[in-house]
Design a protein around this ligand. Structure first.
Ligand code: ATP
Ligand code: MG
Length: 278
């Protein structure tokens, strides 16, 4: 695979939480568009067998292939797997594995969990790569975490979701620490509460999560002091295939703050309005 026209290494962010429906794909779509709108060449990669992120934005050029060919054919041409979305600077490797052939293929391969990291190294003409994952533990989630520079975990502030996050997502992160003996550095984990409302129950769960992160986890795991509100605008924006901040300008400061926390190296760029992008 030859992506060699640029020499810089893209910044890879993986969005993962082993609890389904925690707004992973919604966040991937919004932060991807925000980066692209600020002039960053951005690639979305959908590794979930349910192609929610793949179907979020309209496509202006649809590649015949997608994640299946990326992971299974080593010499695939980029134009065969990278689609263009209707948002400038925002491309997509679609999920095209509805029968879940990729996971058993990777489980049976000697390089299964690390192949994705190696393949991503050949993609160097993007500033940012955003990887969306499925809402349950799987080798495709493991590989996406191992390939990331930062792991972004959206959590729903409900007690059962929080318990599943600790059991599933933190458990996965701890299991993957085995790879550190083989030279892999796990990405820092940044968790953010999503769909937050003003109920006492949500306040209680947020407080419990804060205490847990402060007392039980080391500095590799942070529960960010920022949350994304529960607003119908997020669902409406998906209906209209728009980034939420284009659908409703009230959400612009939310996504901007989120992107500044996740990509501090681009903070100055994000402080400019999209019209002033570099
Ligand atoms: N901030 C928000 N406020 C209200 N609704 C939201 C918000 N963010 C996402 N949603 C809605 O929550 C639902 C689940 O979101 P999404 O599909 O992004 O979750 P997911 O974690 O990707 O799910 P899965 O685990 O199935 O992949 C969607 O209907 C989405 O529109
Ligand atoms: Mg999803």
């Amino acid at each position: 695979m030859d992506f060699s026209s640029f020499s810089k290494k893209p910044y890879v962010i993986t969005v993962a939480c082993t609890k389904g429906g925690s707004a992973k794909s919604t966040n991937a779509a919004n932060i991807g568009a925000f980066c692209a709108d600020h002039g960053l060449k951005t690639l979305l990669i959908d590794t979930d067998t349910q192609p929610t992120l793949s179907s979020y934005y309209a496509l202006t050029e649809e590649a015949p292939g997608g994640i299946y060919e990326f992971l299974s054919h080593r010499d695939v041409d980029p134009s065969h797997i990278i689609s263009k979305t209707a948002i400038s600077n925002l491309d997509l490797i679609q999920s095209n594995d509805p029968s879940n052939n990729v996971s058993p293929m990777l489980r049976n391969a000697p390089d299964g969990a690390i192949r994705f990291s190696h393949l991503l190294k050949s993609i160097n003409h993007y500033d940012v790569i955003i990887v969306d994952t499925r809402g349950t533990r799987d080798i495709t989630v493991d590989m996406s975490v191992l390939a990331a520079d930062v792991l972004f975990c959206p959590i729903l502030p409900h007690i059962l979701s929080a318990k599943e996050f600790i059991r599933g997502t933190i458990g996965m992160y701890q299991d993957l620490q085995t790879f550190e003996s083989f030279g892999f550095k796990l990405p820092p984990l940044k968790a953010i509460a999503n769909c937050v409302d003003n109920t006492n129950d949500v306040k209680f769960v947020l407080n419990q999560l804060n205490v847990l992160f402060e007392t039980n986890f080391d500095e590799s795991k942070t529960f960010l002091n920022f949350s994304i509100p529960a607003h119908v605008a997020y669902r409406e924006a998906a209906t209209y295939a728009l980034p939420v901040y284009r659908h409703n300008r009230n959400e612009y400061p939310v996504i901007k703050e989120l992107c500044c926390l996740l990509f501090p190296q681009f903070k100055t760029l994000f402080e400019q309005s999209p019209g002033e992008k570099r």
